[in-house]
Write a new protein. Structure first.
Length: 371
């Protein structure tokens, strides 16, 4: 089969296109994630609205400085949001408008505060998971048991689960990286039952003339029949179908993230856990509990998919109790450890009077010193 691939001229952004469309194309050419594309386009639009929709040739560096002052003073955005906006505008000015921002504008990156993530105890995790129901409980169990981000769990395909090795593969994770992590043995039976259920749904969709699934990159062009292959189906398909605008095929997407987030928030409230926990808190709890169990931090870094060890080191600070992992002297008397109580009791006892040495304990006679 001969496929007509686009030429270089067709891929290059045209001057006749709007700046926003050129921004989209340039972001995709650099293989940035869809989330990055949405963020960059959103900030470019907000910047143009702030500038009164002036033409690109009329925008100056003073407009950029005024925009970031507005984000800081009027909107009071966090440091992360302001830095994201700066990255978006730096890309927009340099590659789309081909007019880089001056050095003063580049040096306005905000310093992010050092925060400690919210972590649940094991009993709190169990209470929340028991409150969740159906497929939401299974997704929450994977987030905690495998240390996944929410979208990593929702984008799992059936071919990514390896029950024999008790592993799963995260494809195209954060930073466009793949990795392997744990597939909890305790979930094998539940997952197999879930897969049998969605396979029956998949076969019914095929019989109805549907059953196609969205494929990554150029897989659909290279393997035309892969869209209806069981191996490429979502592990957590959505209950409703949609019509793909490009192919006009009836398909199922994976479950939407907001559905899981709402269910998890309701479970936190109904379980009585008094923490501001989100789905991502289960990933933080996964790493912290592995560290608490004595696992090597390098291994945890690989399971989480962190590029830098410094990112994983934040969980060592979460484990600190009482400031630096020490027990307060006020709490020593109430400590549950028997050796600790015995040590405190012994320290509080007055010193015993010296007893007469026994014959066996008598010192050896000293030799006379010769003069």
């Amino acid at each position: 089969m001969n496929h007509q691939f686009p030429t270089h001229d067709q891929l290059a952004p045209r001057r006749s296109e709007s700046p926003i469309e050129r921004l989209r194309l340039l972001v995709r050419q650099r293989n940035y994630s869809p989330a990055t594309e949405r963020a960059y386009v959103g900030w470019a639009r907000r910047f143009h609205q702030f500038c009164g929709r002036r033409q690109a040739s009329e925008i100056t560096d003073e407009h950029v400085r005024s925009f970031f002052s507005h984000l800081t003073s009027s909107l009071e955005l966090s440091a992360s949001s302001r830095n994201q906006a700066l990255s978006a505008l730096l890309f927009y000015f340099e590659f789309v408008l081909e007019r880089p921002i001056d050095r003063e504008g580049k040096d306005t990156r905000a310093k992010r505060p050092q925060t400690i993530p919210v972590v649940l105890t094991r009993s709190e995790v169990a209470r929340i998971l028991r409150t969740l129901t159906g497929v939401h409980r299974l997704i929450g169990s994977l987030l905690y048991g495998s240390g996944l981000r929410l979208m990593e769990a929702l984008r799992l395909r059936t071919k990514d689960l390896d029950f024999e090795s008790a592993e799963l593969v995260v494809r195209d994770g954060k930073g466009r990286k793949d990795r392997r992590t744990i597939l909890p043995v305790s979930l094998h039976t539940v997952l197999n039952d879930h897969l049998l259920q969605i396979k029956r749904q998949f076969v019914a969709d095929l019989d109805a003339g549907a059953g196609s699934v969205q494929l990554p990159t150029a897989i659909a062009r290279k393997y035309p029949s892969a869209a209806t292959d069981w191996a490429w189906q979502w592990v957590f398909p959505a209950p409703r179908q949609y019509v793909d605008p490009a192919s006009r095929e009836l398909r199922r997407h994976h479950i939407h993230a907001t559905s899981v987030q709402r269910a998890f928030r309701d479970a936190v409230l109904r379980s009585g856990v008094g923490k501001l926990a989100t789905c991502h808190t289960l990933r933080h709890s996964f790493a912290t509990h592995l560290l608490d169990a004595g696992y090597d931090i390098r291994t945890i870094q690989e399971l989480l998919g962190h590029s830098e060890l410094q990112t994983t080191m934040i969980y060592t600070h979460v484990l600190n109790r009482g400031g630096r992992g020490v027990l307060s002297p006020l709490d020593v008397r109430h400590h549950d450890s028997l050796p600790a109580r015995l040590a405190v009791t012994a320290a509080l006892q007055p010193p015993a009077p010296p007893s007469a040495p026994s014959p066996d304990d008598s010192p050896l006679p000293l030799r006379p010193v010769r003069k």
